[in-house]
Design a protein around this ligand. Structure first.
Ligand code: HEC
Length: 257
């Protein structure tokens, strides 16, 4: 019977945390019933089990008693059936836990992802370093060739970006469904309409791997385009993105001196 003691203690502790905490919360803040997150619950139960085992196996006598059922199970004759049962159960439990961990899920991760994280001050691409604070689209000044540049940007778009971002730039290309986060919808005012061209340049040339840690935990499928396109092609596709959607790139106000 002594053996049951640690487990009764653990059970009492569990019930106290599970129901005592919300009860205390509801008394302190009437009308609420705060729940204990399951991760915290797991941690408490782990520490309670470990603590109870430590305390009860501290003396030699206690130790023998604590492990007695295990020793019995493995050494007593006539327990063969139970022994096999326990070994199989432990194996299946391990398999079940492992399966739960790796099982794919279609739910969005609970953590939030910053869609437009603050860009680094400098970005590396094509073996060069770009200062994103001062970087401008060199093709903007070339108004004479604007239509031609936009048309060439369109070619770059339909040969490379269309598959994910879609023929109408709504982020609904044939491969789009396979990504989480979904490819950006450039028509929506939440994307390029509120970004500077240097930000867009940074995002295109360094892709998902270029995102800082705030851009995680969802793994962005946006490719690293500086390895596949030329710098000129990226500036052209940016001209095309704004030209097609009718959005104006965001401009940063000139610094007051
Ligand atoms: C394999 C699919 C895929 C292809 C191909 C692709 N993208 Fe993306 N792109 C994504 C995904 C997914 C996101 C959203 C996640 C993110 O922000 O990184 C994204 C995001 C972006 C963003 C960021 C928009 C914002 O609001 O921050 C830009 C700009 C962009 N893509 C431009 C392009 C351009 C230009 C091309 C072609 C040269 C291209 N993409 C090709 C998947 C793709």
């Amino acid at each position: 019977m002594k053996l049951l003691k640690p487990w009764i203690l653990v059970l009492v502790g569990y019930l106290l945390i599970k129901f005592g905490t919300p009860l205390a919360g509801s008394i302190l803040h009437p009308g609420t019933w705060p729940v204990v997150p399951s991760s915290v619950m797991k941690m408490f139960v782990f520490f309670m089990v470990a603590g109870a085992l430590l305390v009860y196996s501290f003396s030699e006598e206690g130790y023998d008693e604590t492990i007695a059922p295990i020793v019995d199970l493995y050494t007593k004759p006539g327990r063969g059936g139970l022994r096999i049962g326990v070994i199989l159960a432990v194996g299946f439990l391990g398999a079940y836990v492992a399966y739960q961990y790796v099982k794919p899920t279609f739910d969005a991760p609970v953590e939030l992802r910053s869609v437009h994280p603050a860009p680094p001050s400098a970005a590396k691409a094509w073996g060069k370093s770009y200062n994103l604070q001062t970087l401008k689209n060199p093709l903007r000044a070339d108004t004479a060739n604007f239509a031609k540049n936009s048309e060439e940007g369109g070619k770059v778009y339909y040969q490379n970006c269309y598959f994910c971002h879609g023929d109408m730039m709504l982020g609904k290309g044939p491969y789009a469904e396979g990504f989480n986060p979904l490819p950006a919808n450039f028509v929506d005012i939440g994307t390029i309409a509120q970004l500077t061209e240097s930000f867009v340049f940074w995002r295109i040339s360094t892709g998902g791997p270029g995102l800082p840690s705030e851009g995680t935990p969802w793994i962005s499928g946006m490719p690293v385009w500086h390895t596949l396109l030329s710098e000129d092609e990226v500036w052209k596709v940016i001209i095309f993105l704004y030209d097609y959607t009718g959005h104006k790139p965001r401009v940063t106000a000139p610094k007051k001196h």
